[in-house]
Write a protein that binds this ligand. Structure first.
Ligand code: ZN
Length: 231
């Protein structure tokens, strides 16, 4: 089986980027979850406080197992924090909780990129299920059909990751602003530590976008016939 060296390079490059981004976020979290917040508030308390301050009364805050599985689910209006962040009174827990509350505020305010992202979830999930079949099977049986399909699929994934960027950066900007104004995080060392956790988390989304963009461009280039002579 022939493996395109450019594909191998792309695969290794995107893999390395993703491992680096996740290593950074885990490192920042491990380090700064040891820094207590002088306000003494827990992640769950700050999340509830932010929702209250914004007049959001239909979002429930609950805990789940699985470290850093924190998210906001717009369909069920649930703000989910991992147990460590739900109960944690450290700057990392407060940062993550405020970030997720930022998504709830985006939802309430009908923040456009969040609306686009919600609209794109269905098609992106379908595409994610199609890609392995096309990439593993059809690509070897009928490459002339598979390559345009893969270009289209990775185009959808790339657009989804692109839309995710403003959603995530905006939630983090809101979190930093709110934490400073509510006094949940003290200025100085606490704020710097909290920012490092949220900035490292944002980098994982940039890495995901770069990977999707690289893969999309790879298949577009193939489709345009630049490397067809290798078949
Ligand atoms: Zn987020």
């Amino acid at each position: 089986m022939f493996i395109d060296p450019l594909y191998l390079l792309l695969f290794i490059g995107t893999m390395a980027l993703s491992i680096f981004a996740s290593w950074r976020v885990k490192g920042a979290y491990a380090r700064y979850s040891q820094v207590p917040a002088s306000s003494g508030m827990s992640g769950a308390q700050i999340a509830q406080r932010i929702l209250d301050l914004n007049g959001i009364h239909d979002v429930s805050v609950r805990s789940t197992q699985g470290l850093l599985s924190d998210h906001y689910d717009p369909s069920s209006k649930t703000l989910v924090l991992c147990e460590e962040n739900y109960h944690g009174t450290n700057v990392a827990a407060l940062g993550v909780a405020a970030h997720e509350a930022g998504h709830a505020i985006q939802h309430q305010q009908l923040y456009a990129p969040l609306q686009w992202r919600m609209a794109a979830v269905g098609i992106t999930t379908i595409v994610g299920n199609i890609i392995p079949f096309v990439g593993m099977g059809l690509l070897y049986i009928a490459p002339k059909i598979a390559i345009p399909v893969l270009a289209l699929c990775f185009g959808v994934v790339m657009i989804f990751q692109l839309i995710t960027l403003p959603v995530e950066f905006d939630a983090t900007a809101r979190a930093k602003h709110i934490l400073a104004h509510t006094g949940a995080i003290a200025p100085g060392a606490e704020t710097t530590a909290m920012s490092k956790v949220l900035d490292a988390a944002a980098l994982t989304y940039v890495a995901a976008f770069i990977s999707a963009l690289g893969t999309f461009l790879y298949y577009v280039m193939h489709m345009l016939g630049g490397r067809n002579n290798e078949e």
